[in-house]
Design a protein around this ligand. Sequence first.
Ligand code: HEM
Length: 194
Amino acid sequence: MPAQLRSQRLNQATHAPHERLDTLVKSYAPFNNRENFSHFVVAQYRFQLQLQPLYRDPRLIALIPDLSARCRAEQARQDLIDLGVAPPATEPGELHDLPVAAALGWIFVSEGSKLGAAFLIKRAEALGLSETFGARHLGEPEGGRAEGWKRFIRMLDGLPLSEDENAEAESAAIAAFERFSELLRQAYAHVALA
Ligand code: HEM
């Protein structure tokens, strides 16, 4: 049997975490109103801020030339301003100087979330938001969602990584889902759910 592509392994390893996160997102009803949505954007902003050092890492830019343009921290920050929410203070987080394989696992999750964003932006539009106001971070990336994802996956699948590094990328991707879930819980911690 041919060896599985790295991206397929990552998809498999993160299937259950993605399902759990999807359920968690829905439990907060982020699209019921703009206020609920703004908490979701706080989590997205904090997640992107934590990933920023990876999107700027020269070792990764050597592999993915347009990497720094893919980060959505600035769009999420603008979204918060549009929504009348002060962006939380910068938090550097600890995601720098990660081994390349682990960094790619984190970026895989952040880039993959742009696919789900195609659905989420439609829901945001029902709140009067768009990729130029309030929901910029869910917008279509330049060059298209599918194309950007395919280019990323082609690069990822083409890298020569050891078996240990593959495992490291998978653990990192799972950690990224856990991190986003935790940021979501924090963002909604003080909100009374209907
Ligand atoms: C922080 C990370 C992520 C978040 C917050 C997230 C969130 C979501 C949510 C809430 C949906 C449901 C949209 C709807 O049906 O209304 C969704 C769908 C989707 N997500 Fe994610 N996602 C993340 C990461 C990923 C990753 C890593 C991938 C790909 C490897 C991915 C691929 C998809 C796809 C293809 C859909 C479309 C519906 C489906 O096939 O289930 N997402 N995502």
